[in-house]
Write a protein that binds this ligand. Structure first.
Ligand code: HEC
Length: 147
């Protein structure tokens, strides 16, 4: 029973993710896009609290940072193989500079991991978002080309 519920929930999850990335055919590209979207969702959680659109909760904020750190740790593995898709926004430079790409992922992990321990008041959120946002920008500049 539990298994049936789990696989149904999973199917729904995968379906909605697929919808969000309409037209992506390469499964590896889809996986890395979903991971990036996951990072974006956690940033949104932090952003809502920072704006006061959601009540501040230190544990929720810390968890959001921890989830970003986890995604960051997985990032090099998700991008290691040079997979492409017409819908992908990844630039070919990733694979000519993979050591640098890996460093940029590690920088995001370090910042996110630190925040997953340190966020304790609403006043921490602004600096947290800035620090994290800088790590996104450092990698997206050069390695992500919006289409
Ligand atoms: C180590 C490099 C790197 C870092 C760090 C990084 N990204 Fe990305 N991100 C990428 C690449 C490359 C793509 C394009 C992937 C593709 O389309 O194949 C991307 C795509 C995205 C997307 C679009 C996903 C989709 O649905 O197509 C979002 C959202 C995103 N990143 C958010 C973030 C946020 C927020 C951060 C920082 C907290 C971040 N990223 C940090 C490399 C990075």
């Amino acid at each position: 029973m539990k298994n049936i519920f789990f696989s149904t929930a999973l199917a729904l999850l995968v379906a909605s993710a697929a919808l969000a990335h309409n037209g992506v055919k390469n499964a590896a590209v889809m996986t890395r896009m979903n991971a990036m979207s996951g990072i974006g969702a956690e940033m949104k959680t932090l952003g809502k609290m920072a704006k006061g659109a959601a009540a501040f909760d230190a544990n929720t904020a810390k968890t959001a940072a921890a989830v970003i750190a986890k995604h960051a740790a997985n990032t090099p593995a998700l991008f290691e193989a040079q997979e492409d898709d017409p819908k992908s926004e990844a630039t070919a430079m990733i694979w000519t500079n993979f050591a640098d790409f890996t460093e940029k992922a590690a920088a995001m992990e370090t910042v996110a991991l630190g925040l997953s321990k340190s966020i304790s008041t609403p006043d921490d959120l602004g600096a947290a978002l800035k620090a994290l946002g800088d790590t996104c920008k450092a990698c997206h500049t050069g390695y992500r080309q919006k289409r």
